[in-house]
Design a protein around this ligand. Structure first.
Ligand code: NCD
Length: 318
């Protein structure tokens, strides 16, 4: 992949393809715009930020939250959408059309493209064949930059800072794109420590990311007993079934680490927050959902809407 342009506090008409484009100040300035969007949703307002604009949502992989929060965000901002889920079946892709040709077509009908695709760097490739902003809503096992923004915002909302924090990332750290983007995002800030807990086969690919993560102290652990008791957040993830060639291997690994009330009472503290990008399969027991510290069905998904509204407004507002 080439280098997508740095955002440097100016999102206007730019694509967001990778966390690499963002610096600390761009992230924090975007966060300043979030409360305004939150208030307008709470008042059921439709804003004018995207009035007259049409945004294409092109999702080649399944999605619940990312797709619908983006669609809701565009509409809340007064824009309109062309919405495609399952393009492989419902568009000319079914006839064999290439990604490039699909993107060129939608760039004629719309002012921006939000794309999710199973191939790493596909969003970047899409941005190279059109002249409208492209937002990466997940490119294979690579990245998910807007999930990073909502995850960091959720942490920021609780602790009022993004440095000197201690986090625990658990699950499929090899294939989980949200984890890749979150670690890159956290590493824009100083003094963070991250414990990585996964089955050996699903370890975080440190070699791919080493330069981006130099600000963060990374500690790989192999057992739940090594989780520090003073962590600020736990970020649990599912084992990514669709990335396995051998489903027997998936079955073996899928429930390696389960978040339960018992583990929480052993290793949790009262200020901790519990996060998960969702969907959750069996890796968090449903009893945990009632715990006040569980953010995944509360602030974390709500923030997905507000943060995406703030981002879209910065990119597309006149
Ligand atoms: C994640 C994704 O698609 O990467 N979901 C999401 O967008 N919130 C996580 C996952 O699928 O496990």
């Amino acid at each position: 992949m080439g280098n997508p342009p740095l955002i440097k506090d100016n999102f206007k008409q730019k694509s967001l393809l990778s966390v690499d484009q963002l610096d600390k100040s761009s992230i924090l300035n975007l966060f300043k715009k979030v409360p305004l969007q939150k208030r307008s949703v709470e008042k059921n307002e439709i804003r004018n930020d995207l009035k007259g604009k049409i945004i294409s949502l092109l999702f080649f992989e399944p999605s619940s939250r990312t797709f619908s929060s983006f669609a809701a965000a565009v509409k809340r901002l007064g824009g309109q959408t062309l919405e495609f889920q399952n393009l492989t079946e419902t568009s000319s892709v079914k006839k064999g059309e290439s990604l490039e040709d699909t993107i060129k077509t939608f760039s004629v009908y719309s002012n921006g493209i939000i794309i999710r695709h199973p191939q790493a760097f596909s969003a970047y490739n899409a941005s190279q064949v059109c002249n409208i902003p492209v937002i990466n809503a997940g490119d294979g096992t690579n990245e998910h930059p807007t999930q990073m923004l909502l995850d960091l915002y959720t942490i920021y909302e609780k602790f009022n800072k993004l440095n000197n924090l201690k986090g625990v990332l658990v699950g499929d750290l090899l294939n989980g794109r949200t984890v890749h983007s979150l670690l890159k995002g956290l590493s824009k800030f100083k003094g963070n420590t991250v414990y990585l807990l996964s089955p050996k086969q699903l370890s975080f690919p440190l070699e791919k990311f080493s330069t981006e993560l130099k600000n963060t102290q990374i500690i790989k652990i192999r057992d739940e007993s090594e989780i520090p008791e003073d962590a600020n957040f736990w970020y649990w993830t599912r084992v990514q079934k669709e990335r396995f060639k051998n489903l027997r291997e998936y079955e073996k690994l899928k429930n390696s680490f389960i978040l339960s009330n018992e583990l929480l009472s052993k290793k949790g503290n009262k200020n901790l927050i519990l996060m998960h990008p969702l969907p959750r399969i069996e890796e968090i027991e449903s009893e945990v959902d009632q715990d006040k510290r569980a953010m995944y069905f509360r602030n974390q998904i709500r923030n997905g809407l507000y943060v995406r509204m703030a981002l879209l407004s910065l990119i597309f507002k006149k």
